[in-house]
Design a protein around this ligand. Sequence first.
Ligand SMILES: [Fe+2]
Ligand SMILES: [Fe+2]
Length: 283
Amino acid sequence: MADILNRNLDYSRPINIADGVYWVGFVDLASGLHCNPYLIVDEGEAALIDGGSRPDFATVMMKIMQTGVEPSKISTLIYHHYDPDLCGSIPNLENIIGRQNLTVLSHRENNIFIRYYAARSRLRCVETMGFKFQFKSGRTLRFFRTPYCHSAGSFITLDEKTGVLFTSDIFGSYDPPERWNLFSDIPDLCHSCDVDSRFNEDFKCDRIDDFCPLVGIFNFHRRIMTSGRALRHAMEIVRKALPDMLAPQHGGILHKPGDIGMVIERLEAVDDVGIDGILGKGQ
Ligand SMILES: [Fe+2]
Ligand SMILES: [Fe+2]
């Protein structure tokens, strides 16, 4: 597993974040929206989670191969919703994986759209699979719906073996590329800060050298999620999943129990999310 504490991470390589779980993204200095695809490798079988955009494909595939996994060992592609930043490379993946029985897993509400990317794969709906997937070894992934955070069919995935919860856009963040880290550390000072009530686009922190890790998170959720009600519901689902680690598709991984609990609480309380920010609450 990656040495989270000393940050001695080589982002030019895949990063092992938990038993058999790899980050296969890259440091994207050209974009303010860092994408995090993940690979789960289990006894020679692999599942790719939110595999990435078409421009990212070559780099993500190189990272996958650096883990030692041949593309043909990927049996399953999991997509938490249907945006191009995670689904764009499906045709490239289908070509290189080359399996007749490659399966794409998502919710029915997403598969309606995902089929426009995935012309060759078998599309399966998680709700017809009892909201779980098992590798041949028995390792189990459980799926939990988080509707309208931010798509109708959005869901999140818990790897029971490691406690890693793959949350897709939930817990994402807009970070300045030069400040991005794979593992987020929320400084102690931020735990007692009321940044959410003082937040605006130009917020500058007067406590910690100008960069507040919470601003990118609030900003992202206000703009991407559909409403405070949908976001609060998603936070309830996340709490019930009892995750040890939150692995989002954007921003950084939350790995400290205190940080996880605090960010959930703040997101439950955040105002002006999605349509609420345009129409006001209760309209
Ligand atoms: Fe999205
Ligand atoms: Fe996304």
